[in-house]
Design a binder for this molecule. Structure first.
Ligand code: FES
Length: 318
């Protein structure tokens, strides 16, 4: 993945616990283009790399804007950014990648909860720019938690966005019903937020008759920690026949990387899908939060950064 140096051109408190960082090229050159829903990886320390969704309008080339939520974790990358990354600081970042793209739809329903509003905001700007039909919903705990307020109040978004200050985990069922009541086949849902919110929202969408291919999700964190015991297994590479042993304390991705096999990766927590590989044989034990249930049932995809094997061997299309 290509890395570049970015400079913090401004830092602004956006809401309780949220700062917005504007990142630019140090010499003022245009930045690589991005699409709505894209993220960049920031290399916060030599060992901490975190993904941040770009929340500015995708036609902008002079800056990337990210929203960073201060987390409770002392070692968390976002905590470090909050405490140390001041204006004019330099930081290494990747070129943008998009694992949460908009798809053509007659109408799009954009839903963000908490800091999950960041990719949703970029999507809203893109759909507004192209005059496409959409509506947006932003779930927050309280008024103090509304980030990027001025953008929601701008004419292009104000009439299309609703801000729901009725919590994130305990969403009001009437609100859910009104958003999800019409699962029209050419309407797509784009949802980003914390795991608890996603579970409630997407479960309600499925109950209301939304098919999974029209529910597009971006997760920021794994929905649950694996509780199963790790068992060792083998990987077989289809192209060479090479057989690699994955010990109980290793991930398949680590083993592939050590063997010199180039597998893209980013979150290394099973949420971004960057390391997705094609499974040709064996049965995976899926521990990721990326693959849909339909993809799991097909048995043709494997997320090597966190998933393991039910069978003694997995054959990968590598
Ligand atoms: S690196 Fe993100 S899912 Fe594997």
């Amino acid at each position: 993945m290509t890395l570049m140096t970015l400079k913090v051109s401004s830092r602004r408190e956006e809401a309780e616990g949220v700062v917005a960082l504007e990142l630019v090229h140090p010499e003022g050159q245009p930045l690589p283009a991005f699409e709505a829903g894209a993220h960049i990886d920031l290399h916060i320390t030599p060992t901490i790399v975190r993904q941040y969704s770009l929340c500015n309008a995708p036609h902008e080339r002079h800056r990337y804007v990210i929203g960073v939520l201060d987390t409770q974790s002392k070692e968390g990358g976002s905590k470090i950014l909050h405490q140390t990354l001041k204006e004019d600081a330099l930081i290494a970042g990747s070129t943008p990648r998009n694992l949460f793209p908009l798809v053509p739809a007659r109408h799009s329903i954009l839903v963000g909860a908490g800091i999950g509003i960041t990719p949703i905001l970029s999507m809203a700007e893109a759909l507004s720019h192209s005059n496409d039909s959409f509506e947006g919903h932003y779930f927050v705990r309280s008024s103090e938690h509304v980030a990027f307020r001025a953008r929601f109040e701008a004419p292009c978004l104000a009439s299309r966005f609703s801000i729901h200050k009725d919590g994130m985990g305990g969403i009001d069922s009437g609100t859910l019903l009104s958003i999800l009541s019409d699962p029209e086949p050419q309407t797509h849902l784009f949802v980003c937020g914390p795991p608890g919110f996603l579970n409630v929202f997407c479960g309600s969408a499925a109950d209301a008759g939304w098919s999974s291919d029209r529910i597009h999700i971006e997760r920021f964190a794994p929905s649950s920690a694996p509780i199963r015991e790790n068992r060792p297994f083998y990987l077989r590479l289809a192209s060479s026949g090479q057989r690699l042993f994955v010990g109980e304390n290793q991930s398949a991705l680590e083993v592939l990387t050590e063997a010199g096999i180039d597998v893209p990766s980013s979150c290394e927590r099973g949420v971004c899908g960057a390391c997705r590989t094609t499974l040709l044989g064996g049965v995976a034990e899926h521990r990721d939060d990326y693959l849909s249930q339909a993809e799991r049932n097909d048995g043709e995809a494997f997320i090597p950064c966190c998933s393991r094997a039910q069978t003694d061997e997995l054959v990968l299309d590598l």
